[in-house]
Design a protein around this ligand. Structure first.
Ligand code: GLN
Length: 535
């Protein structure tokens, strides 16, 4: 193992959304399978302190770590590929950097000095990068720089990693640049010019990439590879093809074939390590690509136009589908599109209904109706966060007869606040980082769907919410058949509800989707998909 932590910096060029996160995750997974301890960090150039206050339409889902950080959705990929947890330190934003630097300035810690982007901001960026390496003694830290080279806002990051090469030593750092090689259908050609320009921008900023990963629709010929090698100053074997594939989980296998891991290890003066054993991973991909059956599940939410808004849920269902050897045909249903008079139209053909997490009252009626439809028609139901709360509201209104039952998030002064703020949260007005966040314990009741799925009496799951099931109503709910089957042992907060006399009706206040990985698909998702398969 290396004496010093090695650092790999991943930048992107030409266009956004090329999949830097997936390439970083794939490389990390391959290095991990060769025996190295690896982690990945994301640097985000926006000024929000964290993505917690962002609308999912902006950057997709907000991913929550064990230690309660609200982070970029790429951290979800890192965890799903590496099967290890990330932390607060794995996601840095420009907002965080500036907040820190400005607070330091106010405390007088730069007294007498003009505080500037270089060196003060870049120094803080460098400190954050090195911090990840120092903590858990990682052999390799992969740092992904968000955005595209040439963006004004990512300049301080590029400058910081340029400096790090000389601070840490050239053999302790490697630069990977991901670009696009577009295909021009009219001439039937792949074009390398955008890549050449992108590398030129990096060079202008003082960085010579060591490895180029080229995203392409068609295989790269040797001629193309040679051309890129000559014009971008990299050796032929450092020109890596990343061809479009049907599932992101195939990318590590492609990168292995392209020897991305070996090329990077040589650059870092590291041995090739143990021979990677990807048997389990390959089995998973094989199951994914050869399903024996298909099941249609509805995902009822309000950000359905953007698939990234529910990234971890979508991925968790993919993992669970593979375990059940079936393809989950996920139908996104906008909760505002469900016809109150004719819910059959949108919901009638579904074998399972998942009501998504969310905030605010828009689209709430459709979510409540979806829960009612699932309950009355004995269709497997999975409610997450707000989805669970909607199931509770629905049950209170239509089974307990509290016609105005609601969450105080929607109607502050309802006479039956079945979902309400915790006492400790009343009076908090600030928005950033003020929710119940991160991992909490939950004790499961025996002989329940939850217990059956998890197969153990105590679990830990991640939270991100303000409102809770109001336990003043618990007795009435339980008498009528909706049970609290998972409770936080320290606070008594109700984390799971189930309907006893139903095929599979489970609502969870927490977010199980964050913990589903390729090698450890989440038990609740697996059980939910399984329940949709049995007649
Ligand atoms: N808006 C709800 C709350 O804050 C639910 C959030 C969620 O779905 N995680 O409690």
């Amino acid at each position: 193992m290396p004496q010093h932590t090695k650092y790999i910096f991943v930048t992107g060029g030409v266009t956004s959304s090329l999949g830097k996160g997936i390439i970083s995750s794939s490389l990390a997974m391959l290095l991990q399978s060769r025996g190295y301890k690896v982690t990945i960090q994301k640097l985000d150039p926006y000024i929000n302190v964290d993505p917690g206050t962002l609308n999912p339409y902006e950057h997709g889902e907000c991913f929550v770590t064990e230690d309660g950080a609200e982070t970029d959705l790429d951290l979800g990929h890192y965890e799903r590929f590496l099967n290890t947890y990330t932390t607060q330190a794995n996601n840095v934003t420009t907002g965080k950097i500036y907040q820190f630097v400005i607070n330091k300035e106010r405390k007088g810690e730069y007294l007498g000095k003009t505080v500037q982007v270089i060196p003060h901001v870049t120094d803080e960026i460098k400190r954050r990068i090195k911090l990840v390496g120092s903590k858990d003694k990682f052999d390799v830290v992969i740092t992904e720089i968000g955005g595209t080279v040439g963006d004004i806002e990512s300049l301080p990051y590029i400058e910081a990693v340029r400096q790090l090469k000389w601070e840490l030593g050239a053999s302790n750092t490697a630069f990977i640049h991901l670009t696009l090689v577009p295909y021009l259908a009219s001439s039937g050609e792949l074009k390398t010019k955008p890549t050449q320009h992108s590398v030129k921008i990096l060079l202008e900023n003082g960085i010579q990439p060591d490895v180029l990963v080229l995203r392409t629709e068609h295989s790269l010929s040797d001629d193309i590879r040679r051309k890129v090698s000559l014009f971008c100053n990299v050796s032929m074997d450092s020109v890596i093809e990343s061809i479009d594939v049907s599932t992101i989980y195939e990318v590590p296998l492609l990168m292995l074939k392209e020897k991305l891991d070996i090329t990077v290890l040589h650059k870092l003066n590291l041995s090739e390590g143990t021979k990677p054993d990807l048997t389990n991973w390959k089995q998973f991909v094989a199951k994914l690509k050869n399903p024996k059956k298909t099941v249609t599940i509805g995902l009822v939410g309000k950000y359905t136009e953007l698939p990234d808004a529910y990234k971890s849920i979508v991925e968790a269902l993919i993992h669970a589908g593979a375990v059940n050897e079936c393809k989950v045909n996920l139908e996104s249903i906008h909760s505002e599109d469900i016809d109150m008079a004719d819910p059959d139209g949108k919901l009638g053909h579904l074998k399972g209904i998942l009501v998504a997490p969310g905030f605010g009252h828009r689209g709430i009626d459709g979510k409540i109706l979806a829960a009612k439809y699932a309950r009355e028609n004995n269709i497997p139901f999975f409610g997450i966060g707000l989805g669970m709360q909607c199931a509770v509201i629905e049950f209170a209104r239509n089974v307990l007869g509290y016609s105005d039952a609601n969450s105080t998030e929607m109607v502050r002064h309802t006479s039956h606040p079945v979902i309400d703020l915790m006492e400790s949260h009343k009076g908090i007005t600030e928005k950033g980082g003020t929710m119940r966040l991160g991992s909490y314990s939950c004790v499961l009741k025996k002989k329940t769907k939850a217990y059956e799925a998890y197969g153990k009496p105590e679990i830990k799951e991640r939270h991100r919410h303000r409102y809770e099931f109001n336990d003043e109503y618990l007795d009435s709910f339980e008498k009528a058949g909706m049970l609290a089957t998972g409770v936080n042992p320290d606070t008594g907060l109700i984390e799971i509800i189930e309907i006893e006399k139903h095929k599979w009706f489970v609502g969870v206040q927490y977010h199980p989707e964050y913990k589903s990985t390729v090698l450890n698909p989440h038990p609740l998702f697996v059980a939910f998909v399984k329940s949709t398969l049995s007649q």
